[in-house]
Design a protein around this ligand. Structure first.
Ligand code: AMP
Ligand code: ZN
Length: 115
């Protein structure tokens, strides 16, 4: 059992605005949204980063991608979205539990996301 922030959200110990969940992944609204739609999709199991995945993680990583499109539409990003996974120090990862940002809204998100 891990006590990282997103493990605690997955266990329901810390509240989050959940928008999707299944047996492998969970999605909730980012607490500091950068665009009108900003959801984080995470594996229920603790995986520190994309630099820490193993062969057993392929199914859950695939699920994260597979559910992103419907989540984006459900949240109102009906004409596309951007998916971002930051990894490690160089990638600017702040929460050390793999998460995919799904960012969008009615307007194009632009060439880059400003932090
Ligand atoms: P990253 O820089 O890719 O690690 O992104 C971490 C993201 O987690 C940031 O966009 C934060 O706003 C978001 N975040 C941090 N704490 C929470 C929380 N308690 N609930 C939802 N999102 C959070
Ligand atoms: Zn974790």
């Amino acid at each position: 059992m891990h006590d990282c922030l997103f493990c605690r959200i997955a266990r329901g110990e810390i509240p989050a605005a959940r928008v999707y969940e299944d047996e492998l992944v969970l999605a909730f609204k980012d607490i500091q949204p950068q665009r009108p739609v900003h959801v984080l999709v995470i594996p229920r199991k603790h995986i520190t980063s994309l630099a820490h995945v193993g062969p057993d993680d392929e199914a859950v990583l695939g699920r994260m991608l597979a559910v992103a499109g419907q989540i984006a539409v459900d949240q109102g990003s009906t004409d596309g979205f951007r998916s971002i996974i930051n990894t490690g120090r160089v990638g600017g990862q702040e929460v050390m539990h793999v998460h995919m940002h799904v960012v969008g809204g009615p307007d194009p998100v632009g060439p880059m996301l400003k932090r």
